[in-house]
Design a protein around this ligand. Structure first.
Ligand code: NAD
Length: 519
């Protein structure tokens, strides 16, 4: 099969890192239709069904990560001026660990599951068989261009799918890295990279996929869902939203501020689970602002703009949107901007009203509004007046407060006394709810997301089993009806599996005899 490689040329402008959004020139040699055709043919050969093949591809992906870390760091620097440590923490180490997890548990994840039997299945074998969906489309976002693209790729490979990968055009150096390296390390027909912007994604979406995994904003998520609906294609939508932070007066204010400011400044606020706004009392607000001043200097020095530990806003469009959000705001701290560098210093905004533009959509930048509330109930009312967030952060030492907020709100995830770090826990499924998304991944869930769980019930032709099975055949009778009702009635498991099996066995044999004599 011919090698299919999308050539992406990054314009000079992009190298200077101060451009607008349409920054990838595409010289694709093949159409989306052809891409999907090739992937489908490859899928039909059955090679992705082989566990050895999948394991080899995962190991190759791991090798790509080992061999090319510096390339990744460089690409992230070009696209976002992402600090080296942030690149490792959020784009390299997390993905490598997820890959390790998939490989360590590969046999466990891929083998069929045997659920507990109930009393009617004594002679049967119920099992859940794992099968791939087929050809899947993975559409990435730009803010964590490797994390949100390679992590789902790993899950889809482990599950045995073929993949069309669409990296974000807004992080062109990262997109270029992906289109350069994926074909080098992975099977070229099964896993193809298709580059482009809105027009190319729209073309791609005209094709029929067996699964679509999308990371991006809520409005575009709706477009993806509509396109998928035409073919009844299942989707995972990893979207954004406004992630609230509630702080009560019981907390250690220095540590609380440190954790929130770290999470807010990560990738200069361009993080889907970044803290979006704070809800706290007036007293806490004062303390928070005063601690923030000290902590920003501790983290980034006196001149924030020259700190190598703060990233930059990705594009002029995003920069201008953020600057316009600051119009008519009461800036309590920060507010320094430099359009040449697309830099906005971490900024705290106070006296914020719920109707202000800054409280309408996800901020996705280093601006942090504070809304003062009188109680946890007030905070919950505000949280619930908005769409369900991707993450909710509760800072409190009071377990009653934490339980109250946990029970009274709905969000993709929650962290108590910290922010953002749940993304790195591969034992916690990651995803949104309502407007913040549909479906989860990370760890085992990355495998499950790309797997169709096929229910299989195996029966035999043994005459003893048939004594039970035959109760359903006509001619029907009241006595048979009573037997069937009795046998199929759900029973609580009191003494565990072993006892249940023995009783079911005795019951089965007894029933067999009774049926033999009386029916
Ligand atoms: P986006 O929705 O603008 O774009 C995402 C992808 O969709 C891109 O690849 C783009 O080419 C494509 N696209 C854009 N417009 C399209 C259209 N009209 N039709 C078809 N395809 C289109 O998102 P973004 O700006 O790349 O990323 C930022 C958003 O992603 C934020 O809202 C953030 O919260 C969210 N995000 C979520 C997660 C998560 O895991 N939940 C992770 C990262 C980012």
């Amino acid at each position: 099969m011919a090698v299919i490689e999308s050539e992406v040329k990054v314009t000079e402008e992009v190298h200077q890192n101060n451009t607008n959004t349409t920054i990838v020139n595409i010289e694709d040699k093949i159409t989306p239709k052809k891409c999907v055709e090739i992937a489908r043919k490859a899928y039909e050969t059955g090679r992705t069904r082989s566990l050895t093949f999948r394991r080899t591809q995962l190991k190759n992906l791991q090798k790509m990560y080992e061999d090319t870390q510096e390339e990744m760091v460089e690409a992230l620097k070009k696209d976002l001026k992402k600090p080296r440590q942030e690149s490792y923490m959020s784009e390299i180490d997390v993905v490598q660990n997820d890959l390790r997890n998939l490989l360590f548990n590969f046999n466990e994840y891929t083998k069929p599951e045997y659920p507990n039997k109930d009393q009617t299945q004594f002679f049967d074998t119920p099992m859940i068989y794992k099968e791939p969906y087929g050809v899947v489309l993975i559409i990435g976002a730009w803010n964590y261009p490797f994390l949100v693209t390679v992590l789902p790729i790993a899950g889809a490979i482990a599950a045995g799918n073929c993949i069309i990968i669409k990296p974000s055009e807004i992080a062109p150096a990262s997109a270029q890295y992906i289109s350069r390296n994926i074909p080098k390390y992975l099977d070229k027909d099964c896993y193809q990279v298709y580059n482009g912007g809105v027009a190319e994604t729209t073309e791609l979406l005209k094709e029929k996929f067996d699964y679509i995994f999308f990371t991006g904003s809520t409005p575009i998520g709706k477009i993806i869902q509509n396109a998928a609906a035409k073919n009844l294609t299942p989707t995972t939508l990893e979207l954004g939203g406004k992630c609230p932070v509630y702080i009560d007066e019981s907390v250690d204010m220095e540590l609380t501020t440190k954790r929130i400011i770290w999470g807010k400044c990560l990738n200069l606020g361009q993080t889907c689970v970044g803290p979006d706004y704070i809800l706290c009392s007036e007293k806490t607000q004062e303390e928070f602002i005063s601690w923030t001043k000290r902590i920003l200097t501790e983290f980034y020095g006196d001149n924030l703009k020259i700190s190598p530990d703060l990233a930059r806003i990705a594009t002029n469009r995003h920069f201008n949107r953020l600057v316009s959000l600051l119009n008519n705001c009461n800036i309590a701290l920060g507010g320094n901007i430099d359009s040449n560098e697309r830099f906005i210093s971490p900024t705290i905004v106070t006296n914020v009203k719920l109707t202000d533009p800054i409280m309408q959509d996800e901020i996705f930048g280093p601006i942090l509004p504070i809304i003062t509330v009188r109680s946890k109930e007030d905070a919950v009312n505000i949280i619930n007046s908005k769409e369900k967030p991707l993450a909710l952060y509760i800072f409190s030492k009071n377990s009653m407060t934490v339980d109250y907020i946990l029970n009274a709100t709905s969000s993709g995830g929650v962290i108590i006394n910290d922010v953002v770090v749940h993304v790195t826990c591969d034992n916690l499924p990651f995803g949104g709810v309502g407007d913040s998304g549909i479906g989860v991944y990370h760890g085992r869930k990355s495998f499950d997301t790309f797997t169709h769980k096929k229910s299989v019930l195996k029966r035999n032709f043994c005459p003893i089993s048939e004594m039970l099975y035959k109760l359903r055949y006509p001619p029907y009778s009241d006595r048979k009806t009573r037997f069937v009702s009795f046998l199929t009635q759900k029973r609580r498991r009191i003494f565990g599996k072993f006892f249940l099996y023995i009783s079911v066995y005795i019951l089965g044999v007894l029933m067999g005899f009774l049926i033999q004599y009386f029916v």
